[in-house]
Design a protein around this ligand. Structure first.
Ligand code: KIV
Length: 248
């Protein structure tokens, strides 16, 4: 079976976005996005939860099915939600369900502590994507969203983690909120594509949450995001115009 990651073999930076619904997935696929992530960020920007830890496997399965119906070109990666990959056996069982729902690959958060799960997924023939740096599923225990790689030991551990992840056969690694210089070191130390978010420009590609890019979640915009549209403003304008038309 040929690797789903072949479609990431392009001679330019990779363009990645999240999507959770049919029209958005279809539009961004038609626009030529390389990788579409059914991310557990949907818990926040779609479902209004305070963080991603309340997302369930059933939520990601449903949104994976929806996105799969829309996408013809891009690589579809689905997130393992919090608490759904606690052991290698559970990771394989739930990974199979995500693939059956239509994902080409599955993503899980964490570095050296996740190696046994990534190896089990590889043995089961389930393609994987890694995710290191700031891990949103650990936001509660860490007391907030913190930049990673600020100290030399932390930076070295991130590089070590990325290399260990690569050795398990991951097809790409998301680098979240990592000091740009450290993200650059990781990118140089690994062959697989690094896909950055809040980690500077020296990654092999970039990923953003779609709501941030199109201005659809105005109540919080991460500092590293430059919105390219004001969808929230457009919705407000259209609904007010409709309201005024009905009221007369
Ligand atoms: O869930 C998500 O959207 C993610 C991205 C922030 C990489 O994991």
């Amino acid at each position: 079976m040929s690797s789903p990651f072949k479609r990431l073999s392009v001679n330019r930076p990779l363009v990645s976005l999240t999507a959770y619904d049919f029209p958005t997935a279809r539009l961004i696929d038609e626009a030529g996005v390389d990788l579409i992530l059914v991310g557990d960020s949907l818990g926040m920007v779609f479902a209004g939860l305070p963080d991603t830890t309340g997302v369930k496997l059933e939520h990601i399965l449903y949104h994976t099915e929806v996105v799969t119906r829309a996408v013809k070109q891009a690589l579809i990666v689905s997130d393992f939600p919090f608490g759904t990959y606690d052991t290698p056996e559970i990771a394989v069982k739930n990974g199979r369900r995500l693939i059956e729902a239509g994902a080409h690959a599955v993503k899980l958060e964490g570095g050296l502590g996740q190696i046994s799960k990534l190896e089990a997924l590889r043995e089961a023939g389930i393609p994987t994507v890694g995710h290191i740096g700031m891990l949103p599923q650990r936001v509660r225990e860490e007391g907030g969203y913190k930049k990673k790689g600020k100290t030399s030991p932390e930076a070295d551990r991130l590089v070590e983690s990325a290399v260990a992840l690569e050795n398990t056969g991951v097809g790409a690694i998301v680098l979240e909120s990592i000091v740009p210089e450290v993200a650059r070191r990781i990118t140089e130390a690994t062959e697989v594509p690094t896909i950055g978010i809040g980690s500077g420009k020296d990654c092999d590609g970039q990923i953003r949450v779609i709501h941030d890019i199109i201005g659809a979640f105005p109540w919080f915009v991460p500092p590293f995001v430059v919105p390219k549209a004001d969808v929230a403003g457009e919705i407000r304008r259209a609904v007010e115009a409709y309201r005024d038309e009905v009221i007369g």
